[in-house]
Design a protein around this ligand. Sequence first.
Ligand SMILES: *Cc1c(COP(=O)(O)O)cnc(C)c1O
Length: 449
Amino acid sequence: MNPKTSSLSQDLVERSLASVWHPCTQMKHHEQFPLVAISHGKGAWLYDHDGQRYLDAISSWWVNLFGHANPSINQALKDQLDSLEHVMLAGFTHKPVVELSERLSRLTQHQLGHTFYASDGASAIEMALKMSFHYWQNKGLLDKKEFICLKNSYHGETLGALAVTDIAIFKETYGPLTHPAHIVANPDARLATGNQSAKDIATSALTNLEALLKTQSKKIAALIVEPLVQCASGMVMHDPSYLQGIRKLCDQYQIHLIADEIAVGCGRTGTFFAVEQAGIWPDFLALSKGISGGYLPLSLVMTTDEIYQAFYHQDARKGFLHSHSYTGNPLACRAALATLDIFEKENVLEKNKVLAKKLSDAFTWAKEDARIIHFRQTGMILAFDIKPEHLCENFSKEFFVHALNQGILVRPIGSTIYIMPPYIIVDDEITHLSKGIQASLNATLSGNH
Ligand SMILES: *Cc1c(COP(=O)(O)O)cnc(C)c1O
């Protein structure tokens, strides 16, 4: 089942297994399932040392927007490398971080005009939670120190972010280390039965949220939500009316709204920010993953002038107490600027509308396949579930291996197969993807029912 490996690949894999502790991996499973050593990337493709190539259908964990070795991002980074690789951001500033902050502010029509930086997504979530709590402290609302998240939410894996993450395996293992959040109904559109619509499900989730707020709002600092698509919980999509509803409830009950756009931001859902589809702005918006084009670790939290002003004071303790060594790293900011340049110059959001339709059309077979339910799509995220009666043991890992053999990188989440390709994918790559996924599904499920 292993794709054939050269001695160089084999050597790297063995050394990796001996010395690298891989993320989100039970290392023992690599006794059965392959580890792939990648030598280089170009466009939508990743190449191993044998010249075998894999279409990166999940943008390398949702980070890569414009392909590997993108010429214009490469050029911007080479240029930046020759002027300034890094300087600390406390007491110092630099052009890439200033320009990036200004451009992000413009993208929110200056609603979220203050940006704080870190390196990874989980840290951005920590910052948003701390800022919300600290804001209420500064305002004298000392009881507001709890958070609300959605059922099955995912907001990262550091302890603060884990506290607002409702994924069973993490909870069971690390739950004792976290300060648990309130969990409210998920507006998962798949819950609709009979003649219910996605909007009905959203409405009932809002009722559930309001019931909690009615009794607990005085203790609550913020609600955190991944707008439009709960990605890590299996591309769970909801109606935009849910976002309008939570914006209203948050205002009414004096709670912050934190939009975690780490995965759904940067055009993934069709608009630059997912919240734009509901015509709302949150109090905090977190970005990471795609913002640097998938090049360098960069994350950030944007917030309003009102919140920023609550920290502006002579007293150091009223200021936001948070920093990371690489806060606002110039190279990462420059990669982000080059990424935003591509959005502007190449009219990416408009082009993605056409691309999203092509993806949908290419997967017509999946809409008609009797083994599949809940075919769904939001912009450049397409997903469907395998009916429980057709699933086999180790489905997602087996599927991953079959897809590798088809020259595709995809990693199902449980029984959900999804694709989240880079925005530069072209017609014959889409065909390769669709056919390869169908073949992988047949190979994985053959012999099962
Ligand atoms: C990936 C992700 C995070 C965490 O980001 P890391 O960079 O992996 O720490 C948080 N929230 C969402 C929605 C994500 O998809």
